[in-house]
Design a protein. Structure first.
Length: 351
């Protein structure tokens, strides 16, 4: 009786392996785009920009897919040939994503110091005045804010906050830029303590495209330029405007500048906009990254911090060092969809 040939079986296994290599290469391409989009300059590209805003949720989803793949991979040689490379790529993607999050910092609040010449900055997108003036003023006084940056906040509320802070012994000047008086989210308000000297708003340096940014400069030229920033969010219809906003903000981050606000962008999105030195945006360095808080989500408030997007930030040029920082989670029920961010900056020569 003639022996049966094993060639069909070998041919079938080779076909499975070829399919596995093809599937693995597709998975590898997806892993590069989602894990290291900067390699292909895709960090601000449509769809990719939205996906990379939430690294941990993406990694959790990838882990779930990996666990599902492991069942057939461990049970069948054919399945292992088809899915083994894909499973390995996903495992490496998850590991590298977790590594990036650890490198940026999973949350390490740094208490403010008594450094001379320091400036305390509070930034809070209020979602159209939602928390109300008492809540915002209370927090600003609590952290000893010298500068309060309030995207999506009207001048009327800013004046109320300043009055309440003055009653508590912390007077503030109010500066507001508004695009549409009927829509609160199109106002950005900046409060500055008189202790920092006289400031005036300048409007000849340009602006963000859809939501206003306030630029205040010291009248006598002796202090830092303070910018309350609010680039538009990267929704499908606003991608070009969003990229233009970030490009413009990078040009504003020059000598002796502090910029804070809702950037609508993570550290991934800012990649390539730094000055080639220590800055992530022009010459400005991110306070969260400098204090191991770069992976702590500021939006959406109410979800676990590591599941959110880190888009609200305080940044400064090399004249300043970070001597205090916190993403404040205690106001998650205050009404805004953003968490407040506090930073203390001290002159670099003294820190």
């Amino acid at each position: 009786m003639p022996r049966s040939s094993s060639h069909p079986r070998r041919s079938s296994l080779a076909g499975h392996r070829a399919a596995g290599i093809l599937l693995g290469l597709v998975a590898l391409a997806a892993a590069i785009v989602l894990g290291w989009p900067q390699l292909l300059d895709l960090q601000r590209a449509p769809l990719v920009a939205q996906a990379i805003s939430f690294r941990l949720p993406v990694a959790i989803g990838a882990t779930a897919i990996l666990l599902l793949l492991l069942i057939p991979v461990l049970a069948s040689r054919k399945a292992r040939a088809v899915l083994g490379m894909t499973a390995l790529v996903i495992a490496l993607f998850v590991a590298s994503t977790v590594g990036v999050l650890f490198d940026r910092g999973l949350g390490a609040p740094l208490a403010a110091s008594d450094s001379p010449g320091s400036i305390n900055i509070l930034s809070w997108n209020t979602r159209g005045d939602a928390p109300g003036s008492p809540s915002i003023a209370e927090l600003a006084v609590e952290v000893g804010a010298d500068v309060v940056v309030l995207p999506e906040t009207t001048e009327e509320l800013g004046v109320e906050i300043a009055a309440q802070m003055s009653e508590a012994g912390s007077p503030m000047w109010v500066h507001t830029q508004t695009i549409d008086e009927d829509y609160k989210a199109t106002s950005t308000t900046l409060l500055i303590s008189p202790d920092l000297g006289d400031y005036e708003v300048v409007t000849d340096r340009g602006d963000t495209s859809t939501l206003p940014t306030v630029i205040a400069v010291p009248v006598d030229g002796s202090g830092p330029t303070i910018i309350a920033a609010h680039p538009v969010s990267p929704t499908p219809g606003n991608m070009d405007a969003w990229k233009a906003d970030l490009d413009w903000l990078a040009t504003q981050c020059t000598s002796n500048t502090i910029v804070a606000g809702d950037f609508n962008s993570t550290l991934d999105h800012l990649s390539g906009l730094g000055d080639g030195g220590s800055g992530q945006l022009g010459s400005c360095a991110d306070a969260a990254l400098a204090t191991n808080n770069g992976a702590v989500g500021t939006w959406t408030a109410g979800v676990p911090p590591l599941l959110g997007a880190n888009i609200d930030r305080v940044m400064a040029t090399p004249e300043w060092s970070v001597t205090g920082f916190e993403v404040i989670v205690s106001r998650d029920e205050a009404g805004s969809d953003h968490r407040p961010v506090f930073a203390q900056l001290s002159p670099s020569s003294l820190s």
